[in-house]
Write a new protein. Structure first.
Lengths: 405, 167
């Protein structure tokens, strides 16, 4: 049982099979549409922020601009650089495009989770979820997928057989591997509170606004996750991978036509997926906004569909935030990027995880929670001071002995 | 697929292609884990091995620029080929012996093979793994982590020494 759908455990019947196929189709089409609209939204919003008009010719408000660009890219010449490794060069765009879609499969896209409902809906007499797959490993699937996405960028840069793409891809792989650690550690805080790996379980654990994990884990893991996710997506201010001013276009310099379009699509698809993942993990996914017993309920709409509406609304907030980041923040220098990742985000998420774990243990065993929290904080402060001492020592060594590498 | 990848690691002349074949093998192993109901292990296999370790391999290959075909005629260590053959044969012998020896274990569910209990919801797998790592095999687990730390410290020390002697 690879848990594509809980339904497939039993005999293979037509109705569940068709439901699964329709779900796959819907997720694929919605994914493509979302990507298309995201590209348009980003161009339009950035144009607004920079006092320009942005795309305005094709369709109302230029909304079909992406479609026109896509068709144009389809008909452009497909170039292979003469020094390229042909097989890997052709493979790389798909390695970055396919994971972007796969990760969307585990996001709960709707369903009624309130008051401890399981979020299951009944379609044609079959109990299922508004979610393509609910694998037992849940969120780990998203991490695994994002670690595969590294290959796309890395191999694209290497196989071009050119200098700047190689530099871009070496940067990218170092950046993505190191930020994945911070991503995973801040994710662990959420998993610790939710007590399950499955995405639907995580959503079900966040019924009121104080249960939303960004509050119940104490905001710090959310901020770390947000920064690490931005770095993982290679979006500004962490887009050193394709820093135009230094590396021409980074890993995709040598790509043209539809292969380039695939990279472009993958980047925006990943942004949408990552926003959806943030919403699922920290903001209750399809749960409505509820303060105490009061629920913002939309009348006339069935609760399951309402979930989809809430999810879309929350995702839009994050998409806008990513665009905002891009329009306002300058790009980091490479050593600043690595310092931020290794010296700040990873220790901070590790320490916070320890604090939450200690609190959880105290609550389970009935220890004095204030005492335990205070003790953990004291330990963390000592660790922080030790780390600062180590940094100071290495900085002093560097000034006396010169840099090591 | 696993075997195809494994053969690819050896046969492909280009180091990057060999590393990619290794990824194929690791994926195959992850699929085998899923087939054995070890979902958590499969995910960790992909995240750690395919996602981090082989990426580091590729990283080193790209940074050091060893991605040219090496000359196989000249051998830096003359004894290395006969030794390799002997080691291979020995390893194959041990593996065959282990498989023949352990043939009966899977049928009678001997001690040490606790099949994952799928009745306790989707997380049973993870819970079981955590229980065995952090209670029964906790010493081995901690010793492994100490070993890793020693390896890291050793590497840092070696790079420092090399720099100092170069001066």
């Amino acid at each position: 049982m690879i848990a594509l759908d809980p339904l497939l455990v039993d005999d293979l019947l037509w109705v569940p099979l068709i439901i699964v196929l329709v779900k796959v189709l819907i997720v694929f089409v919605v994914g493509l549409l979302a990507t298309m609209l995201m590209v348009w939204f980003e161009r339009k919003a950035i144009a607004g922020m920079q006092n320009r008009i942005g795309p305005n010719k094709t369709g109302p408000f230029g909304i079909l601009q992406t479609l026109a660009d896509g068709i144009k890219l389809f008909f452009k010449e497909d170039l292979f650089p003469s020094r390229a490794d042909r097989f890997v060069f052709a493979l790389a765009p798909f390695l970055s495009f396919v994971p972007a879609f796969l990760a969307f499969a585990i996001i709960p896209l709707g369903g009624d989770f309130r008051n401890g409902s399981s979020g299951e809906v009944t379609l044609f007499g079959q109990v299922t979820r508004i979610q393509l797959a609910d694998p037992p490993i849940g969120v780990l699937f998203a991490l695994a997928i994002s670690s595969i996405a590294v290959y796309g960028i890395m191999l694209a840069g290497w196989s071009s057989g050119s200098k700047y793409p190689l530099l871009g891809s070496v940067r990218a792989s170092a950046q993505m591997v190191s930020y994945e650690a911070a991503l995973g550690l801040s994710l662990a805080c959420v998993l610790l509170l939710a007590g399950t790996l499955s995405t639907s379980g995580i959503v079900a654990a966040q019924s009121t606004i104080t249960d939303w994990h960004f509050i119940s884990t104490g905001i710090v893991p959310f901020i770390i996750f947000l920064i690490a996710a931005t770095a993982e997506l290679n979006r500004p201010p962490f887009d050193l991978v394709e820093a135009e001013q230094e590396l021409v276009g980074g890993f995709n310099t040598e790509y043209s036509s539809i292969r380039f379009a695939l990279f472009y699509l993958a980047e925006f698809m990943n942004t949408v997926t990552m926003s959806a993942l943030i919403v699922t993990l920290f903001f209750g996914g399809p749960q409505p906004i509820a303060i105490g017993n009061f629920v913002f309920d939309i009348p006339l709409l069935p609760n399951a569909l309402e979930g989809t509406f809430w999810l879309l609304a929350k995702i839009l907030v994050f998409l806008y935030m990513y665009i905002w980041f891009r329009a306002t923040l300058p790009r980091l220098r490479y050593d600043q990027l690595m310092d931020l990742g290794w010296k700040l985000l990873i220790p901070a998420s590790l320490g916070w995880f320890m604090l939450l774990a200690a609190q959880r243990l105290a609550r389970q065993n009935g220890w004095n929670i204030v005492l335990v929290t205070g003790g953990s904080i004291a330990v963390l402060v000592i660790c922080y001071l030790l780390m600062q001492a180590a940094f100071a020592k290495s900085a002093r060594d560097r000034s006396t002995q010169g840099t090591m590498f | 697929m696993v075997l195809l990848g494994a053969v690819g690691v050896i046969v492909r002349k280009h180091p990057v292609h060999a590393a990619l074949s290794l990824v194929l093998t690791l994926f195959g192993v992850a699929v085998l884990f899923v087939a054995q109901e070890a979902h958590f292990l499969a995910a960790v296999q992909v995240i750690v091995y395919a996602g981090a370790i082989v990426v580091l391999f590729l990283f080193v290959i790209m940074l050091l620029g060893v991605d040219r075909v090496e000359n196989l005629r000249t051998d830096p260590l003359t004894a290395q080929r006969p030794l390799a053959i002997i080691t291979c044969l020995g390893l194959a012998g041990v593996l065959v012996a282990a498989i023949v020896n352990g043939n009966g274990v899977f049928n009678e569910r001997g001690e040490g093979i606790n099949l994952p209990d799928l009745q306790n919801g989707p997380d049973a797998n993870t819970v079981q793994l955590a229980e065995s790592i952090f209670s029964r095999y906790v010493v081995a687990f901690e010793v492994t982590s100490v070993l890793l730390v020693i390896a890291v410290v050793g590497t840092v020390l070696l790079t420092r020494k090399a720099k100092a002697s170069a001066k």
